[in-house]
Design a protein around this ligand. Structure first.
Ligand code: PEP
Ligand code: MG
Length: 599
């Protein structure tokens, strides 16, 4: 193995001193480092988003403010009287009332009004000044009060401006922040202005993190306290899952150093562009793209990929407020098929449910990942499936590079039924005069039961693809979206590797090809193992493609097979990571800490 791989960015030194800037800890959603300005996606009444406005009637504005404060106090008092609050809640509520009645705060707001500022902006400034004062305190408890002060300001604003909605202003380097960001909210950021993503919920395999990878921006997931990040300068360390608020000059300088190192790495990766995707000992492994977004997002990598291994068709459904029509879907699918022709494009039929809801398609309130999702919904709503298939088949006319893939399959009968629909729709389109052909059909292996049905499934389908994101969550019984148990979710768990080996052997024994399209395929720590498995293709986000190719070309398949055997014998995922960390270091991959789960 050559030692020519350059060191990647040493992330441990990016945010070295916790005292230098307030640091929030989450989990890595997508690697990378960004410097930008925080923008709350849900700014319905975000205090920090209140614009300046000059007033002339100072008395009326002051009265308005005092009335809003009184209302906020009355509501809190009523809640205290009516509810059976716990001791802590009572104390917090009382503290809130005391702060609301605090003369200093009121005087500060009124002073702003006297200077001609309208009440919401005077409130904004006074609250921010107080919150800043708290956050500078050395006592941890008092620092935490900054959050309470901001919440208080939010409460008063509610009574000042009950129906206010301010248009979101996106700065050039927007770091989008939300409780549970939707695809639509990401799409609303103007092209080129999204620098990073912070999500209060979710983990590295949540849909938001997958979209971050598709967009090539760093993401930090599971940041508990996002209040107060609006408008602040932030450094996002997507590798370590950290957010630094108002970084000092020293931290910024280190960030710039890290960014320069990353640039060196990217330049090195360019050397494999256009080279064959094969191991050092000449074994070809097809590298495909996962596409989650629209055409403009494929970037420069689309020429580098041998096709699309997974087109998550949810995107056109998620960015609308009703089901897209057949014609709308047709335009979308045509664009993808044409861009990649003659290379194959594997389109997955709509996989909603789980972490991919549609705003206009109500799912049961209690609908965990074991619930109603993927083909389970399509089988009960054949009209949705029908429209989508008609659009896909029509888009393929004249191209013939479409492949259709079914998600969340648990039993063969599901495939049989969906294929019957497909054949009926093909015939129907032919009678309507469309020269459609029936494309190859495949299934995703994402459910443990499907692993043991491969011989039956193989009778029905042309190819298989392993969705490791779901397969790992179902094998490990860990919700992939729940930050609480994120530490237990690890697709490098030896049991997951053994499952993958079982699947690859079983599929190959049926003479069918198998791809791996979960996030593991873009994880450098796992790539040598996947090469050792003998998967026919790996499908990943665009921003992983060149680094995976680089590693592929520096890996010998014979060595990768040995490595896989060693990895499968490890007692736990931590040991597998350790083994792979050492392996990558022996490949010359520098001082990056690969031991933590990372995309
Ligand atoms: C998977 O489960 O691995 C997969 C590729 O599908 P998704 O992440 O969209 O559920
Ligand atoms: Mg899946």
């Amino acid at each position: 193995m050559p030692d020519t791989l350059p060191p990647r960015v040493s992330h441990a030194d990016v945010l070295p001193d916790q005292a230098q800037g307030m640091q929030l800890v989450g989990q890595s959603g997508n690697g990378g480092i960004a410097l930008g300005q925080g923008v709350l996606a849900d700014q319905i009444t975000a205090l920090s988003a209140v614009p300046d406005r000059q007033i002339t009637d100072i008395q009326a504005e002051s009265d308005r403010l005092l009335q809003a404060v009184r209302q906020a106090v009355d509501v809190l008092r009523a809640q205290q009287a009516a509810t059976d609050l716990s001791g802590i809640e009572q104390a917090l509520s009382e503290a809130m009332v005391l702060m609301l009645e605090d003369d200093t705060l009121q005087a500060q707001i009124l002073a702003g009004i006297r200077q001609g500022q309208w009440a919401p902006a005077a409130l904004r400034d006074a609250i921010e000044a107080q919150a800043q004062a708290f956050s500078r305190m050395s006592d941890h408890y008092l620092r935490e009060r900054a959050t309470d002060v901001r919440e208080l300001g939010q409460r008063i604003l509610k009574y000042l401006q009950p129906d206010a909605i301010y248009p979101i202003i996106y700065p050039d380097q927007t770091i989008l922040i939300g409780m549970d960001l939707s695809a639509l909210q990401l799409a609303e950021v103007p092209r080129g202005q999204l620098a990073g993503i912070i999500s209060a919920s979710g983990t590295a395999t949540s849909h938001v993190a997958i979209l971050a990878r598709a967009l090539g921006v760093p993401a930090v997931m599971g940041v508990a306290d996002i209040t107060g990040l609006q408008g602040r300068t932030l450094i996002l360390d997507g590798y370590q899952g950290l957010v630094c608020v108002e970084p000092t000059a020293a931290i910024r300088a280190e960030y710039q150093h890290a960014a320069a190192q990353a640039q060196v790495w990217h330049t090195t990766l360019e050397t494999v562009r256009g080279q064959p995707a094969q191991t050092d000992d000449g074994v070809p492994v097809e590298l495909h793209l996962n596409i989650d977004l629209d055409n403009a997002q494929y970037g420069a990598q689309h020429t580098e990929a041998m096709g699309v291994g997974l087109y998550r068709t949810e995107w056109p459904f998620m960015v609308r407020d009703s089901f897209p029509s057949e014609e709308e879907q047709l335009a979308c699918y045509q664009q993808v098929l044409t861009t990649f022709a003659p290379r194959p494009v594997t389109m997955r039929t709509l996989d909603i449910g789980g972490d991919k809801p549609l705003p206009y398609f109500p799912l049961p309130a209690q609908n965990p990942f074991l619930g109603w999702r993927g083909v389970r919904i399509l089988l009960q709503h054949p009209a949705i499936f029908r429209t989508q298939l008609r659009a896909m088949l029509r888009a393929d006319i004249g191209q013939h590079n479409l492949r259709i893939m079914l998600p969340m399959v648990t039993q063969t009968s599901e495939v049989v039924e969906l294929k019957q629909h497909l054949h009926r729709i093909c015939a129907e389109l032919c009678t309507e005069g469309y020269a459609v052909t029936c494309p190859p059909v495949g299934v995703m292996i994402e459910v443990p039961a499907a692993m043991y049905q491969i011989d039956h499934l193989a009778q029905q389908v042309d190819f298989f693809s392993i969705g490791t994101n779901d397969l790992a969550q179902y094998l490990l019984a860990v919700d992939r979206d729940n930050p609480q148990v994120a530490g237990l979710y690890d697709d490098l768990h030896p049991a997951v590797l053994q499952a993958l080996q079982h699947i690859v052997i079983a599929v190959h024994s049926q003479g069918k090809p198998v791809s791996i399209c979960g996030e593991i395929a873009g994880n450098l720590l796992a790539v040598p193992l996947l090469i050792g498995l003998g998967a026919d293709s790996l499908s990943m986000s665009a921003d992983s493609l060149l680094s995976v190719k680089y590693l592929l070309r520096h890996t010998r398949q014979t060595e990768a097979q040995d490595l896989l055997q060693q990895a499968m014998m490890q007692p736990d995922a931590a040991q597998v990571r350790c083994l792979m960390q050492q392996t990558l270091q022996s490949y010359g991959l520098g001082d990056r800490d690969w031991s933590q789960p990372q995309p």
